[in-house]
Design a protein around this ligand. Structure first.
Ligand code: SF4
Length: 356
């Protein structure tokens, strides 16, 4: 063991957070935690982790569940492709792998939704495979240890980082090593203001020695995110509200929403909503007052969701461009999984009705 490894592992032993997925060697639980942690902070993940595993305690229970139930349990965590992939993967593991996750990183990567990072995490933590993890925290830490000037997410930057990760990996206990580097990134080697004074390996850090910790890692400049105007309709008939299900494939696939869609150039919001309702459901509508407008940011774009009251002038809603549709009581809304922007609308509806 090098002095550098000894320092970091000693620090990890003393300072790591007692997170529930660190107290198990059940690959299923570690898999769920790794997938949830991919794009979400630990504090947000914790209640979801417990809820998900009490609803689906085994791979078999997840494989046998309806996708709608999986999405409902995931509701609010975002990046729903993760939940759809978990469900799909559980079915494949049940049918092709006797209900057991494969034991090495290469085979794990054949499972939908398990990429290089998740495969390395599971294989190293559960099976001790010397596979270095390269999540965002680890990349930042390694780039600083080596004072790498390459853009972290460029192909050559990633190649360098893979080489560096192999060089530092503690092969006698790669699982603990990977977690220690991740924990250093999460608690000490922070993206903007690294806490170098509290860092156990500052003596081995080139960025610290050269006083360039704020310049590293180098990130690729991104174009500003486009901002779309999106419309949605609140259509109520006989005390029931119309909701529609998005097609399974694509963004937010399989989630429920208030019907509508994206504004095209040259359209007013009302024209957009009428067109969307005609195309998606085959109905002609009268658009009423705007109920609310909600801003929401996705990874690659932002939207403002304009929600209007609307009524049907002619036609019966049919599933033309939607996967399903339902007329439901307001009290039934919690049974369905909605994207976050629509959940803000539901919150406003519930608050407004509560005041009446
Ligand atoms: S010395 Fe600072 S920049 Fe270097 S690894 Fe430690 S916290 Fe990160």
């Amino acid at each position: 063991m090098t002095h550098h490894q000894k320092k970091l592992l000693g620090w990890y032993n003393e300072h790591h957070r007692n997170l529930p997925w660190r107290q198990t060697d059940d690959p299923y639980r570690i898999w769920i935690s790794e997938v949830m942690l991919q794009q979400t902070q630990v504090e947000t993940v914790l209640p979801y982790y417990h809820r998900f595993l009490s609803t689906f305690p085994t791979i078999t229970s997840l494989a046998e569940a309806d996708l709608s139930q999986v999405l409902k349990t995931w509701e609010g965590l975002g990046y729903y492709a993760r939940a759809r992939n978990l469900h799909k993967a559980a079915k494949i593991i049940e049918s092709d792998h006797d209900g057991e996750l494969p034991h090495n990183a290469a085979s794990l990567r054949q499972i939908p939704g398990i990429g290089e990072y998740t495969a390395a995490a599971i294989a190293s933590i559960v099976h001790g495979e010397p596979a270095p993890v390269l999540d965002g925290n680890v990349r930042r830490v390694l780039a600083r240890w080596m004072a790498l000037r390459e853009e972290m997410d460029s192909p050559s930057g990633l190649k360098d980082l893979r080489r560096v990760a192999q060089k530092y990996l503690y092969r006698s206990d790669p699982g603990t090593w990977n977690q220690a580097v991740m924990e250093l990134g999460a608690l000490v080697c922070l993206p903007r203001n690294p806490r170098c004074d509290a860092c156990p390996v500052a003596n081995y850090c080139a960025a610290y020695k050269k006083e360039v910790t704020t310049e590293i890692p180098v990130r690729r400049k991104r174009n500003p995110r486009p901002h779309y105007q999106v419309t949605a309709a609140l259509i109520v008939e006989g005390g029931k509200l119309l909701i529609t299900k998005r097609p399974e494939k694509g963004l937010l696939g399989g989630l429920w929403e208030f019907p509508g869609g994206k504004q095209e150039p040259g359209e007013t919001l009302e024209e957009c909503l009428k067109r969307e309702l005609r195309e998606e459901l085959g109905i002609e509508t009268e658009i009423g007052e705007e109920f609310c407008a909600v801003d929401h940011a996705y990874t690659h774009f932002r939207i403002t969701l304009h929600v209007f009251h609307a009524s049907i002038k002619s036609g019966q809603p049919k599933e033309i461009q939607v996967a399903d549709l339902r007329w439901i009581e307001l009290g039934e809304l919690p049974q369905y999984a909605f994207p976050r922007a629509d959940r803000h609308v539901i919150q406003k509806l519930v608050t407004m009705l509560g005041r009446k």
